[in-house]
Ligand binder design. Structure first.
Ligand code: ACO
Length: 331
């Protein structure tokens, strides 16, 4: 049976760091509150106004191409998960396609907030499993600083900018994406959303004055759903694949809050050293968190490692994936 395996990873992070100390000067908060409630110490910010999500996604794709020796002309499709596209259309995936010279590829953006990479991975894997495509690039990229209200202490401490990309190729040896589980629930749309700018509330002076172009989150309520959604999804996918905590090499969780990640790991019966964590350094980069973890841990990954990916985000959207890693990372 043909599986879709990740065969290369690339990433991009802006240089500029926004630390908790910086935020203490901007809103009524403290380093101690942020660290204990979220696990975040700093995040990366792409300050340059001329550089948007496509820039970071392109840099991530270029780093993947450079590391893997991939010829961009061989890429069949680019799926880009984001809630901060450069513009509504053309899709940011098209801008990346042009920038990297993927002259045979088609591509599209996928909007599923923090579950975006997981959903894009599953979609890309289907293109490989069906035999239609040989090389699919899946990217998670978000410039969250452009939809974050830096006067709102309940959200501005959470988010950062970043991008990461993976290459999917067919594998006949049992490695790759073995199972995935995806869910959404639009009934909770008001708890985590950005209501301005779309066809419901097109941009006007009023929408700007009412701050409708910023992300809005009812954090306490979202927290409750996120703990349950992410832990349930991870536990379900383990159960239906007969996996115990001992079988899992790493949990690769969406990085929204350390306490949500801890609850998921507990439910899976795994200890902290089996959890990929970079929330401390990057905060919540929305669609980029999971592939950024893969990029950070790539050198430690070994062929055959069992990974459980899990995410929860606006929509609500959530899910999990069971991946058997396909190659030994270079030390
Ligand atoms: N500094 C100091 N105090 C703060 C801050 C801050 N930055 N932010 C909120 N507070 C205060 C609140 O006003 C509140 O005060 P009160 O009790 O006097 O009313 C108190 O701290 C507690 O607030 P809570 O909202 O209950 O804090 P909580 O422990 O829930 O942490 C957080 C907030 C971090 C946002 C948490 O709820 C969370 O992580 N939620 C889930 C986030 C998530 O998973 N989102 C999904 C993915 S994101 C996406 O899809 C784009």
């Amino acid at each position: 049976m043909t599986r879709a395996a990740i065969t290369a990873v690339g990433h991009y992070l802006p240089e500029e760091r926004l630390t908790n100390a910086d935020l203490e000067k901007m809103v009524d908060t403290s380093d101690e509150w942020i660290r204990t409630r979220t696990g975040i110490r700093e995040r990366r910010i792409l300050r340059d106004k001329d550089k948007a999500t496509s820039f970071m996604a392109t840099e991530a794709a270029k780093s993947l191409i450079e590391k893997s020796g991939l010829d961009p002309s061989e890429i069949d499709a680019i799926i880009l998960a984001t809630v901060t596209p450069d513009m509504f259309f053309p899709a940011t995936a098209c801008l990346v396609q042009d920038a990297i010279g993927a002259d045979r590829a088609w591509g599209f953006d996928l909007s599923a907030a923090c579950s975006g990479f997981l959903f894009a991975l599953s979609t890309g894997a289907s293109l490989i499993e069906s035999g239609r495509h040989q090389k699919v690039v899946v990217i998670g990229a978000d410039k969250m600083s452009t939809i974050t209200d830096y006067t709102d202490r309940t959200t501005c401490i959470l988010f950062g900018d970043g991008a990461a990309a993976v290459l999917l190729e067919p594998n006949e040896d049992g490695y790759g994406l073995l199972d995935s589980l995806e869910r959404c629930d639009g009934s909770q749309k008001d708890l985590l959303c950005m209501v301005g700018g779309g066809s419901l509330n097109p941009p006007t002076h009023e929408t700007v004055d009412k701050k409708m172009h910023y992300l809005h989150q009812e954090g306490r309520h979202v927290f409750r759903y996120a703990v349950q959604g992410m832990a349930d999804a991870a536990a379900d996918i383990m159960e239906r694949n007969g996996l115990s905590g001992d079988d899992v090499r790493y949990l690769v969780p969406h990085q929204a809050n350390l306490r949500i990640i801890d609850a998921t790991a507990n439910r899976m019966g795994i200890t902290t050293e089996k959890v990929m964590l970079n929330i401390e350094r990057y905060g919540n980069t929305t669609a980029a968190t999971i592939p950024l973890c893969l990029a950070d841990w790539e050198s430690q990954l070994r062929q055959g490692d069992n990974l459980i990916l899990a995410a929860f985000g606006g929509g609500f959207t959530w899910g999990a994936a069971y991946l058997k890693w396909a190659y030994d990372g270079k030390q």
